[in-house]
Design a binder for this molecule. Structure first.
Ligand code: ATP
Ligand code: MG
Length: 357
């Protein structure tokens, strides 16, 4: 198959910090598999970073480059996958406007992921108008590429559901697709948009080292892919379990054991650890943390090696070249989609070109 005829995948990250272990097991691992067979688009949602930190543009710029470095260090390969920047794909912003007309305001505000984020990030009731807009914008991030799959963590499933609703609504309204048609048939029946499917990763929700919230780059509870081996060990030591001694029966569903599930890849060893933990068979939290540290550092070591290539100003320049080349490819796809959408909406008066300098 030529790259263009392969089915497409879209996913992305907001540059609000560096990538962490939750991203790795929740989404990146999947991306690495998918890039073998699919035409993958990985989007840096830098516009969305402004929804919670408009006054910290320097930080957003830095995190944009850091996240791409994180991606490259995990093995995302810009020769095979398209790495692109939201702010230089204008079709996304334009589609966001059109999609905002297709979804009731109350439907956006009922979105459980938005509610959880407002609480977890302490946004109170003073978040900007643009904050809930990001959920609509995310529909455009995805649909601009008309992908089949969207690999995400569990917290994003509610967003993907909204995106699917928008795609159905558009196709029914502007392409006369029968609203009762099977999701899988929407494109075949003349719809501009496929109804994309969420692919939840191996670990749907990795907790943070606080043991309560999901691990999140903006909540101060994350082990970052770019942390040193010593930092990793130090952070793992902080995972709170409340257990007093190695002979106290432990809860095999606590945060520490969720880490064991995620990072000890030998199922026999996991079973053995859980069994002894549950019985309080002289197995201390400290011992488990040490073993975990070895597994996690073994996972991160090759990333540390790959990352070295992108250090300093020369590394930044290399990364910007990669983003630019990817954004050129991404715009071809997104402009095509926008034109199809405009034609369907009766807006196909004349076509435009888009050029990156
Ligand atoms: P922020 O704090 O800025 O919201 P985040 O850590 O939640 O950052 P996102 O950029 O919102 O990261 O999410 C990127 C992708 O990683 C999404 O698909 C999300 O579902 C997934 N993801 C994020 N955190 C976790 C986690 N702890 N476990 C599993 N998947 C996760
Ligand atoms: Mg998030």
């Amino acid at each position: 198959m030529t790259p263009e005829s392969r089915p497409r995948v879209l996913t992305g990250d907001t540059p609000t910090g560096r990538l962490h272990l939750g991203h790795y097991v929740g989404s990146i691992e999947r991306r690495l598999e998918l890039q073998e067979e699919y035409d993958c688009y990985f989007l840096i949602a830098n516009m969305h970073a402004f929804t919670t930190r408009a006054e910290r543009s320097e930080e957003i710029r830095r995190d944009t480059l850091e996240i791409v470095k994180d991606w490259l260090s995990t093995g995302i390969d810009p020769e095979r996958s398209t790495v692109t920047l939201q702010t230089e794909v204008p079709a996304i912003a334009e589609l966001s406007w059109f999609f905002a007309m297709l979804i009731p305001f109350n439907r956006v505000m009922r979105n459980p992921t938005l509610k959880t984020e407002i609480d977890a990030k302490g946004l109170g009731d003073s978040y900007p108008f643009g904050f809930p807009m990001y959920a609509v914008g995310q529909c455009a991030d995805i649909l601009a590429f008309r992908p089949e799959f969207v690999p995400v963590g569990e917290d994003q499933v509610a967003h993907i559901e909204m995106c699917r609703e928008v795609a159905r609504r558009f196709d029914v309204l502007y392409c006369s697709v029968n609203p009762k048609a099977d999701d899988a048939d929407f494109e075949k029946l003349g719809g501009v948009f496929p109804i994309p499917k969420a692919l939840v990763g191996r670990v749907a929700r990795l907790p943070g080292i606080d043991g309560i919230q999901k691990m999140s780059k903006s909540l101060g509870n994350a082990v970052f892919l770019s942390d040193s081996a010593a930092e990793v060990r130090k952070k793992l030591n902080k995972i709170f379990t409340g257990r007093q001694s190695p002979t106290e029966p432990g809860d095999i569903h606590n945060a520490l054991m969720q880490f064991v599930d995620a990072f000890v890849r030998d199922p026999n060893r996991v079973a053995e650890l859980k069994d002894r933990y549950a019985r309080g068979d002289n197995l201390g939290d400290g011992h488990i943390k040490q073993e975990l540290g070895e597994h996690i550092n073994a996972l991160l070591d090759p990333m540390r090696e790959r990352r070295a290539k992108y250090e300093g100003k020369a590394g930044d320049d290399l990364v910007i070249d990669i983003i630019k080349a990817g954004t050129r490819r991404a715009n071809e796809q997104a402009e095509r989609t926008l034109w199809m959408a405009k034609e369907a909406m009766g807006l196909g008066f004349f076509r435009r070109g888009l050029r990156l300098e």
